[in-house]
Design a binder for this molecule. Structure first.
Ligand code: XMP
Length: 511
């Protein structure tokens, strides 16, 4: 296959991996590289096109990130986005100025749709602007190809050199059809054919891991979720038995989950699989605890302790594998917003295991890309398409204190809910759905008997990013069926309610 690569030069923008993702969506391989990359290295990579990302700096700042100016002499098409466009304009002799106010938000931008970059667009489009500096005059050889009310040069091109710049962000959804601009650049302007597939990622990642780790040892904490499972399989394909996966069964997983994970990893993959039966330890620690945050803390700490004890048995390992994916990296990177729930705890280096280095093979991927990789390496669909499940598990779906009896009730009710959702083919359209065991009991009647039993709440939401979510409008007939089955099949439940709050103001989990 002809090598087709787009090189993304990173100037510190927050959407950089999103640009990479957009390029990958067009089936073109790309790499995000630091702005300090040498010209020799760029030449070696011989990309079909280069994208300069945005970034928070002003081109006039002392420490403004630049790149080797020889990049403009390579005869390779370049697209500069936001800061990337300003850098291009400034370096090639245009003028960049500082506005008194930052322009931020979705703006109507007039486009010159005779430009190859805007092929297929109407003469105006909604685009996301986020900048303070702006290009005041284009360099020689360039012409302006877009403007808005507030930004007189919103895009520019140099047809001879195949250089393009856009002040707005085509990589985000807030720019309508922005991905089409990336496609125009990558396919039409750079001439990529779009033959690359995710399996290339899988193959090269496994090869690179093999080369890096050689015959050393790696350790992975397997949660049974998509990310850690995919990371573990990649590692197992690279180093086989030199990978040990520790799966801590804290007793707070869903019905059948422990057995499923165990079966897959023991039967299908060549790894050292260690299952730790720690249910009693966790339940003991959680006895009488009702505060959601305390539950999280106890589970987090106990998890570390169990993991540490198991790791000690293995001795020194060279590498610790984590299933961090790109959205985790962004979330932990921001770290400024106030803590609503303390679950976004990636990035904290576990100092409890003696290891040399952390390996995060999925660090640059988005969830759907991780799922694709998971499929490719042979994980079953039900695991790969698994809905998100919180680390503290069912503990935060039992309101109030946790007992074994309550856990059993919730596992059964949740299982029936999931079963009926999948039988009604609603599972693909829901982002997350689960049962909650409330601490409310109410009076009911079953047969001729008065009951005083638990109320189970059902929660189902639709969301892209889990930051906001809408409650799902599950048809009444389906709810009816679920409700009947739960009260009939699960002892000590006599009432079912459906949660009709969106996020905000509610959160997705009840605790
Ligand atoms: P909330 O309840 O904050 O949930 O709207 C948003 C997403 O995060 C998941 N979640 C957690 N994940 N540990 C986790 O690993 C936690 O403590 C935790 N709390 C919530 C939740 O399931 C949803 O997908």
């Amino acid at each position: 296959m002809e090598k087709e690569e787009i090189l993304i030069i990173d100037f510190g923008g927050q959407y950089n991996q999103l640009i990479a993702r957009r390029v990958r969506e067009k089936n073109v391989y790309c790499e995000v590289v630091p702005n300090t990359i040498s010209i020799e290295k760029i030449k070696e990579k011989n990309p079909k096109g280069i994208i300069f990302t945005g970034g928070p700096s002003s081109i006039y700042a002392d420490d403004a990130p630049k790149c080797d100016i020889e990049v403009f002499e390579l005869g390779i098409p370049i697209l500069g986005i936001c800061y990337g466009m300003q850098l291009m304009a400034y370096t090639l002799g245009g003028a960049v100025k500082r506005a008194t106010k930052r322009e931020y938000g979705q703006m109507e931008v007039s486009l010159d749709n005779s430009s190859k970059l805007f092929k297929g667009f109407k003469s105006s489009n909604i685009c996301l602007m986020s900048h303070t500096d702006y290009v005041d005059s284009v360099p020689k050889g360039f012409e302006k190809i877009a403007k808005s009310n507030t930004c007189k040069i919103a895009a520019m091109q140099n047809l001879n050199k195949n250089f393009y710049g856009v002040q707005f962000h085509p990589e985000v959804n807030h720019t309508i059809d922005g991905d089409k601009i990336i496609e125009n650049f990558v396919i039409d302007i750079c001439g990529c054919k779009g033959l690359w597939k995710m399996d290339y990622f899988t193959k090269t990642t496994i090869e690179n891991l093999k080369e890096k780790i050689k015959d050393k040892k790696a350790l992975c904490a397997l949660s049974g979720g998509v990310d850690s499972s995919v990371a573990a399989v990649l590692l197992s394909k690279a180093i086989g038995n030199n990978l040990t996966c520790i799966f801590v069964d804290h007793g707070l997983l869903r019905k059948n989950e422990v057995e499923e994970v165990e079966k897959i990893f023991k039967e299908k993959f060549d790894v050292n699989f260690v299952k730790v039966n720690a249910k009693d330890r966790f339940l003991n620690k959680l006895k009488g605890i009702t505060s959601p945050e305390k539950k999280r803390k106890i589970i987090g700490e106990e998890f570390i302790r169990v993991f540490e004890e198991e790791a000690k048995k293995i001795g020194t390992v060279d590498y610790l594998v984590q299933g961090t994916i790109y959205p985790d990296v962004i979330e932990s990177g921001l770290g400024k917003s106030s803590v609503i729930k303390s679950h976004h705890n990636v990035g904290g280096l576990p100092d409890y295991v003696d290891f040399k280095e952390i390996i995060e093979p999925l660090r640059d991927l988005f969830k759907d890309e991780v799922r694709k990789v998971g499929k490719e390496v042979g994980l079953p669909d039900y695991l790969v398409n698994r809905q998100p499940f919180p680390g503290p598990g069912l503990a935060i779906r039992i309101i109030g204190d946790i007992t074994e009896e309550k856990l059993d009730i919730l596992k059964e009710a949740d299982y029936i809910f999931r079963d009926e959702i999948s039988k009604s083919n609603l599972d693909k359209s829901l982002s997350q759905y689960f049962a909650v065991l409330t601490d409310t009991r109410s009076v009911g009647v079953m047969g001729d008997e008065r009951t005083y039993d638990y109320m189970v709440a059902l929660r189902a939401v639709i969301t892209d990013d889990f930051m906001t979510a809408k409650f799902a409008q599950i048809p009444y007939e389906v709810l009816d069926k679920i409700s009947k089955r739960i009260v009939n099949e699960v002892e000590h439940v006599n009432r079912i309610v459906y949660d009709i709050t969106s996020k905000p103001p509610a959160t997705i989990e009840w605790e």
